[in-house]
Write a protein that binds this ligand. Structure first.
Ligand SMILES: *Cc1c(COP(=O)(O)O)cnc(C)c1O
Ligand SMILES: [Zn+2]
Length: 398
């Protein structure tokens, strides 16, 4: 069953519907968990190990073995910051971001509904993922991207997997508005995160973190927030497992935004229930360059209900954190993902995070998604002859 988050109106699962027909608010799937956590053990480590908790037809699954991502203890960085730190590495999904979790479920629903065309507006990763899953499902795929603002790796993926890619003269929010209008005219099935089935896939990040910690909750989960679907989804996941009695505690949801695109943090700091959109969002972290997040109500509920927090970080703090994580722990992430680490550092400094807290940072996408940012952050390799005497001289003098 699909339910409106604001007015509680209920809809049948087989409605193609993205927002509440009564009040216009966002929707969610209502899921009752009536299995024991033991049944997940011993299964292949993809997110479909939780299939009893994902409300789609399991005979129609479209999958690339997403989920089951690394959960890395980061002892060096953690002790530098005075916390017990784990990093959930979502860049290890098939197309290099957590969007694959949402897409496997969304695409499975698309097949169940019998649609022939799928579409999305995207800052990059949603389109890369949708293009791959549409190829696997054999469906037509339409993608709108904000012109000039998509990281190179993501653009390459969307085009290479055969999506019909259109570069829109406008920002993400404008591209999404246009794509949504076409979906409402029924030209295509919309697979942005306003589609509640996407979040049913992404909630498994929350499930996995609890399982990765051997059925304990971290004190806090920290992640970047753009369109605000992922923080809402992870909160839904941890809440479902908490209510099922699989864990005794629940984490504080902590959303980090870029200074130039921070409507959720602004709303949080005022205690508001909805955001005021940011007109011209700007940040080097293109995956979170979003001014009018569609899941604002869900995300703010997640933060308030979990006693969580929201903070902004500057582009400079993001780039420093990206390098710090890569060089202290060997984990390469794209700029948006590094916002979680930058946010952790800032909240420790501000005293919002206590020493000794157990923290899970979700790093959302792979370093190679945005190769230009990575290359620009380094100095060029020096050109040297293949002469051992010259090379030895250089090594010894370092
Ligand atoms: C999509 C994305 C985000 C933002 O997630 P939302 O659900 O839009 O808040 C953050 N990081 C990366 C790498 C992403 O692809
Ligand atoms: Zn409603």
């Amino acid at each position: 069953m699909i339910r409106c988050v604001s007015c509680g109106e209920e809809y049948d699962d087989n409605n193609v519907i993205y927002t509440c027909e009564k009040c216009g608010s966002v929707l969610e799937l209502v899921v009752d968990i009536d299995v024991s956590r033991d049944i997940f053990e011993g299964r292949r480590d993809t997110l479909w190990k939780f299939k009893e908790c994902i409300p789609v037809d399991e005979t129609k699954i479209v999958s690339l073995d997403e989920g089951g991502t690394p959960f890395c203890k980061c002892g060096k960085l953690g002790s530098e910051l005075g916390v017990n730190l784990y990093v959930k590495v979502e860049g290890s999904n098939p197309t290099g971001s957590f969007k694959d979790r949402g897409m496997t479920v969304g695409m499975t629903k698309a097949i169940e509904l019998g649609v022939s065309t799928v579409g999305c507006a995207s800052t990059g990763n949603t389109s890369a993922s949708l293009a791959a899953y549409a190829a696997r499902a054999g469906l037509r795929c339409i993608v709108f991207l904000p012109s000039g603002k998509v990281a190179l790796g993501k653009l390459a993926q969307a085009m290479f997997h055969g999506a019909e890619v259109m570069s829109i003269n406008g920002n993400f929010d404008e591209a999404l508005e246009a794509m949504t209008a076409l979906a409402l005219e029924k030209h295509l099935y919309l697979l942005n995160s306003i589609n509640p089935y996407r979040l049913e896939g992404q909630k498994t990040i929350g499930y996995e973190i609890l399982r990765d910690l051997n059925w304990q909750s971290p004190d806090r989960i920290i992640l970047p927030v753009g369109n605000a679907g992922n923080i809402s989804a992870i909160w839904k996941g941890v809440s479902e497992f908490y209510e099922a009695g699989f864990v005794r505690d629940i984490p504080m949801m902590t959303g980090i935004q870029a200074e130039g695109a921070c409507p959720v943090t602004n709303a949080f700091k005022k205690g508001a229930k909805k955001v005021v959109p940011v007109e011209n969002p700007e940040t080097i972290a293109t995956a979170i360059r979003i001014g009018a997040p569609v899941s604002d109500i869900k995300a703010l509920n997640a933060i308030y209900d979990s006693n969580g927090y929201s903070e902004t970080v500057s582009d400079e703090e993001i780039l420093n954190a990206q390098k710090l994580l890569a060089r202290t722990e060997g984990i390469g992430v794209e700029p948006a993902s590094a916002a979680s680490i930058a946010g952790l550092k800032k909240l420790v400094d501000e005293g919002v995070i206590d020493k000794g807290e157990t923290i899970t940072c979700v790093v959302t996408g792979h370093l190679l998604k945005d190769p230009n940012v990575a290359i620009d952050a380094c100095s060029k390799p020096s050109e040297v002859e293949a002469d051992i005497d010259v090379l030895r001289e250089i090594l010894m003098n370092k």
